[in-house]
Design a protein around this ligand. Structure first.
Ligand SMILES: Cc1cc2nc3c(=O)[nH]c(=O)nc-3n(C[C@H](O)[C@H](O)[C@H](O)COP(=O)(O)OP(=O)(O)OC[C@H]3O[C@@H](n4cnc5c(N)ncnc54)[C@H](O)[C@@H]3O)c2cc1C
Length: 362
């Protein structure tokens, strides 16, 4: 039998193994429903990415949650037996103006208070996966086409214009990826309405145009100098820097968001050197010699960002389901993904909200 030609039949297909897809799977598992997650990348987590160094996980995607306004995340962290800690903010801050001049400024606590997860944000995904059958997650399965059938749909995996790698028939689909990415990369047959397609393309994917940097050290040089690690810069290349250390011991870390627009971030080596030079200017020479460092440019990730996500996004959009629809094709496809949440859209909390809605309605 030629396996590549075999069509698999599944009750529910979840497209995307980021937080919204994994949480939807976790909720379906609790209801004893059968499903498969099709994940395009060779890893799960989506925008959640925590890189390990000597047992410590640096967050190159989300690192914060806000307990006072994120009740679902807080409840999930507790129920999974995980724990968090307050973002380190003790000490003075630094400000670098557009000429590169450094000023020491009084530190301030972020409002509302933000917390980090012990074990990195990936701990959330890893723990949720303990409640999901291992064979339900198919990595390296990029969905390229969804075709409506008289009942349910046919889902093709592979690259458009080529013979699909595999195909699945299903009664229900939970589309757990950014709507803009879905509209730009998946062929829907029959066509989605013009109105819906445009609405999906217009929803900016939160942080998709960003690049993040983490540097780890054996000593917290900035803390020893009375600095919190918090810095803002008008010159760059990092526009915003924060402490990213382990909770109560080493390694110690600094993390930053690159303020240079995605289209200008072509030369990673030069950018890294400029970041080290900026760290030395702000925190002193030892900061330019970390034990290790990590860099992730999300704008170059084809399973996160599209061409529309390359220009910088200056404001947090007001998210809601695309064209006001939480499902289409008579309830065959349900939208999940944080950008479809009408509360906390763009954030981890929104990913949970959208997954709950999709599972409840599906
Ligand atoms: C640098 C950065 C910092 C952030 N900081 C914070 C923060 O501090 N706090 C916070 O709350 N939020 C933050 N966010 C946002 C947070 O990461 C998202 O809200 C959340 O991770 C979104 O989860 P999701 O499941 O909706 O989408 P995603 O994580 O994007 O998951 C979508 C999944 O679909 C997969 N996929 C894509 N195309 C296909 C396809 N064709 N077929 C199959 N699979 C496909 C992708 O590989 C991915 O795994 C940050 C994001 C970034 C990038």
């Amino acid at each position: 039998m030629n396996l590549s030609k075999k069509i698999f039949d599944v009750d529910t297909i979840i497209i995307g193994g980021g937080l919204s897809g994994i949480y939807a799977a976790y909720l379906l598992s609790q209801k004893n429903k059968s499903f498969v997650i099709l994940e395009a990348r060779t890893r799960i987590g989506g925008r959640i990415l925590s890189t390990e160094h000597q047992g410590f996980f640096s967050d190159l995607g989300p690192s914060w949650y806000w307990p006072s306004i994120n009740p679902k995340i807080v409840q999930l962290i507790q129920s999974l037996g995980l724990s968090g800690f307050h973002q380190f903010e003790e000490g003075l801050g630094r400000f670098q103006n557009s000429n590169g001049l450094i000023q020491t400024v009084s530190g301030y606590d972020m409002e509302p208070p933000c917390w980090r997860l012990s074990g990195g944000m990936m701990a959330l995904i890893t723990k949720l996966c303990e409640g999901i059958p291992e064979n339900a997650i198919r990595l390296n399965h990029p969905v390229c086409e969804i075709e409506k059938k008289s009942t349910g749909a046919l889902v093709s995996v592979g690259e458009l214009e080529k013979e699909p790698w595999s195909r699945f028939t299903t009664k229900k689909i939970i589309l757990a990826l950014p709507p803009r990415l879905a509209a730009a990369t998946i062929l829907f047959t029959p066509d989605l309405s013009h109105n819906l397609t445009q609405a999906m393309l217009r929803i900016g994917t939160w942080m998709a145009g960003q690049a993040k940097f983490c540097a780890l050290y054996e000593e917290p040089y900035w803390r020893q100098a009375g600095l919190s690690g918090q810095a803002f810069s008008q010159q760059g290349p990092m526009g915003e820097i924060h402490d990213a250390s382990n909770n109560s011991q080493g390694p110690y870390g600094l993390t930053g968001f690159v303020s240079i627009p995605a289209v200008q971030r072509n030369h990673q080596q030069r950018l890294t050197e400029a970041i080290f030079s900026q760290l030395a200017t702000i925190y002193g020479k030892p900061a330019s010699q970390p034990t290790t460092f990590f860099y992730q440019d999300w704008a170059r990730e084809r399973f996160t960002a599209t061409q529309f996500d390359q220009p910088p996004m200056y404001e947090h959009p007001l998210y809601h389901p695309p064209a006001g629809k939480t499902s289409i094709w008579d309830g065959t496809i349900h939208f999940a993904g944080t950008e479809t949440a009408d509360q906390h859209g763009g954030y981890l909390e929104g990913a949970l909200t959208s997954a709950e809605r999709a599972v409840m309605n599906h």
